[in-house]
Design a protein around this ligand. Sequence first.
Ligand code: NAD
Length: 291
Amino acid sequence: MSAKIISGNEVSQQLKDEMKQEVLGLKAQGLEPCLAVILVGEDPASKVYVSNKKKACEYIGIRSLESKLPVDATTEQLLEVIDGYNKDKSVHGILCQLPLPKHIPETEILRSILPEKDVDCFHPYNVGLISIGEVRFLPCTPAGVIELIKRGGFETSGKDVVIIGRSNIVGRPLSNMLDQRDMNATVTMCHTRTKDLKGRSAAADIVIAAIGVPEFVKADMVKEGAVVIDVGINRVDAPDNPKGFKLVGDVAFDEVKEKAAAITPVPGGVGPMTIAMLMKNTLTAAKETMK
Ligand code: NAD
């Protein structure tokens, strides 16, 4: 058996087309959703992410603003920019591209964004809301995983889900989301100190890998017929590739796809979903202002 490939490219395109229609309706009611993105420094990967976010905004019809600060900008300068966007009623979402230069305290910056404009969903207030099942926003990558599971028609109710990796950005919020009453999964969170990780993973109906270790999940860690979601994005050397590297996930795709019922590829799986969910949060923030 070869697994069904769950295409994040297709699902994210579908979502963006749906949002494009929705924005037309919102504009007709006089509401133009707006996302402000702040970039500090010249990190090449961050520049690509910011430019992709801008393109997605353009496609959907969301107004996008961008503030670029030099790498030696002070915390106060960054806080001032955020404060300006916090006060600007025409701005619905604010995103500060991570990582920040080392001299700027990330926690303080993320907490300075108003919770109602925190479309990355990193503010502790919004994270707390998820854990009590009163969701305002969902963090973008975990929300993308949930959307792929839902739109793929994979049942989570009563299923055993193993999440490998407990980061605050991916694993931890996913665990919070999957055992809520709308998803009803039984979640086991695995990490570096987990006993018998292989056995736990091999018993799961759904395995979600968010580790950052290339091809960590092998076929013997996956049950026949399981659904496998690979969040990992890792650069590995590939001398044959013109770029000298290629992207692989946290799952050994070629061997696991022979055993799983469905699997996400890397690239083209969870990755493209992240931006789509950011757009969704921006629309949510904008619509909230109409209430
Ligand atoms: P992280 O380094 O913050 O967390 C990794 C987690 O994996 C930690 O909790 C750690 O305990 C666990 N871990 C590491 N090695 C392990 C091992 N050998 N056994 C068991 N657990 C282990 O990473 P992150 O930010 O959560 O990212 C994880 C991966 O997902 C990375 O490859 C990253 O690039 C990718 N990612 C992708 C997206 C996307 O948009 N698709 C977004 C965020 C992260």
